[in-house]
Design a binder for this molecule. Sequence first.
Ligand SMILES: [Zn+2]
Length: 391
Amino acid sequence: MSVEIVPYIGYPIAFAAGFLAAWIFARVLRPSEEQRGGTEKEIYLKGINFVLSNEPDKAIEEFTKAVRIDSSTIETYFALGSLFRNKGDVGRATKIHQSITIRPSVDEKTRIKALYELGIDFRKAGLLKRAIGVFEEVIHRAPNMVEAYEQLGSLYEEIGEWEKAFETRTRLSRLRREENRNVLAHIKTEMGKKLLEEGKEGEAKKAFKKAISIDRGCVDAYISLGDLYFSTGEYEKAIKTWKEITDVAPAFSFLAYPRMEEAYFKLGKFNEMEGFLRDVALRNPSDPYARLYLARYLYRKNHVEEAVKELREVVDSNPGFVEARKELLRIIVDKGLKEEALRELERVLETDLTYKPFQCGSCGYRSEKFLWKCPQCKRWDTITLKGKEAP
Ligand SMILES: [Zn+2]
């Protein structure tokens, strides 16, 4: 019986006792600031030192103390929020930033900063639409905040909202007084690709042409426009469009070769490919792709020796160029040149075939295939074919 009664009487008593103990602790036995590890300022400085010495766990511990001492210290909250986020604890970072945005006492500048940080949290957590919503609000409150436009622009790109991405990037260019034509042209090209997917050929064509008029060096726009002509059987126009790449951006000609080969073939003018490739190889002797395609062409024409010679020169100066190595081996094996095949195989085994020929000049990301936008740092036009040593 006592077992059942005790809880009902016991809870209020325990509650009162707890309250009393807390009051005594707070008013009478509360340790001095020194005992608790210093004043808020000292704790804050200690935290900063831990940040600087790259010890985020200890920094978080110190900052948490500071927040407990004076919960109105907004800067400490911000520092804590970024630390949690950088440690990968986005949930706690979000809670901290959210708690700042809903405080009635904070000024507008602080609220905007907290919203911006919240947007970054959502983005890091993969909640892209929520991040977009927050950044839109930031821009609504601070129409000239460059960083928010940057976030918003790249988020629209990430979810394929090209029209909005274009609009945002245009405003960003104006704010920064920069042109950023290459990025705008890429976005226009992406808009064209989307239109094409929706079956709107005419509008897509206009978008690709517009992209070229924004940036004459936008290779992807020439590629896409040429592909569109090819798909509608306008092979001459396709060839003419792709050929322009060799003039405006010779380093990207390798994207045009296989397409042109096919178009010339469709036209029954395959012989014209040779003249074109020889001309490109002459103008850009360091372009290994021109020589690879020339070798393929020569082999098809049964000029085996000449094809092998071209490929040998290509692989000698570009040992990691897997495509050329494969082609050379294929031709040698096809022709039953056993000894030569064995020698070549030996050379292949000595080569690093896992080599990734494309690299981002901004963040160093490496890739096996060519990309217009770096998936790591999200920048446009930073990935290129690495120099002579490895195409
Ligand atoms: Zn990058």
